[in-house]
Design a protein around this ligand. Sequence first.
Ligand code: HEM
Length: 347
Amino acid sequence: MSVPSPFSSPFVFTCLLFIFLLTLSSSDCQPISTPAKRRPRQLSVSYYAKSCPQLEQLIGSITSQQFKEAPVSAPATIRLFFHDCFVEGCDASILIATNPGNKILAEKDAEDNKDLRTEGFDTITRAKTLVESKCPGVVSCADILAIAARDFVHLAGGPYYQVKKGRWDGKISKASRVPYNLPHANSTVDQLIKLFSSKGLTVQDLVVLSGAHTIGFARCKHFVARLYDYKGTMQPDPAIDPRLLKALKMSCPHAGGNADIVAPFDVTTPFLFDHAYYANLEGKLGLLASDQGLFLDPRTKPLVQSLGQDKAKFFQAFSAAMDKMGSIGVKRGRTHGEKRKVCSTHM
Ligand code: HEM
């Protein structure tokens, strides 16, 4: 008998969450460098002021509707933006579909992108359709993705920040460019620092942007090794709170579990964009080894502590870091860029 997917069944999904929250409350409770190192080309907040003045309202009408209908669109789109920016820059190359007649797989079909939720792609498709109907041929998919990600941060309770615009869409989308440009759940802090630095991002940016894991979910495969056989010890990771360990083991068996079962990143406020992520790390409640590692490493621990104490500081730093991430490898003009009419296909 097949077990229902948490993505298709809100019931299983809710039950899972309930198990987590109940368990916790019942006690006392080598990167390839993208052009980021080059000086980012100038983006501006008022880029579409004349050509599409109502742009942000148009996108906002879609994001708020999506958020009501499918709240997972928020984490889905924020992650989509991150995965876009880290591979070939923020140029909507992640949205390109593999051409069936072409042997070259597009970015979105790379192994590391296979678990990106459809809700993120759907949001951009809907927003693009509306924007094209009002401002045809003017607005890039890359800018729509950047604005939608910001909208969802805000809709989920996080900060509102101005998005600079003027990105063109990229002409290259290859799955082969993905593996060394994205971090993994078992990446060491050293590897994370190197990868982020190859994109022009600092250690502080790494810690601050990881705070996006204050909302959203991860599948068991990304953390199951921590539960049963941490680094080949045949023991759980000692840096997991025993109550969380117990709860996670109930959902994620050592082998043969349902590949679609997910656990929330933030066990305390899983749907709210707040700074609880950092306090959770201090309490050994980080979900991925890469999350918990930020509290264990002396280079990142003080940042985790300070962001955990000050929500306003996190919000301010997150807004600035998203702006910085949003400038990675930006393309301008026809030589390297295009303005797609449909985000999933080149012009
Ligand atoms: C620092 C290194 C990072 C690692 C190793 C990492 C890894 C992961 C993994 C393994 C998942 C779970 C995917 C799944 O099972 O569906 C995930 C989800 C997520 N990531 Fe990250 N991530 C990192 C940084 C970031 C950054 C910088 C952002 C955004 C600024 C981000 C935003 C998200 C969001 C919002 C989700 C939840 C997605 C959802 O529920 O659909 N992550 N990440």
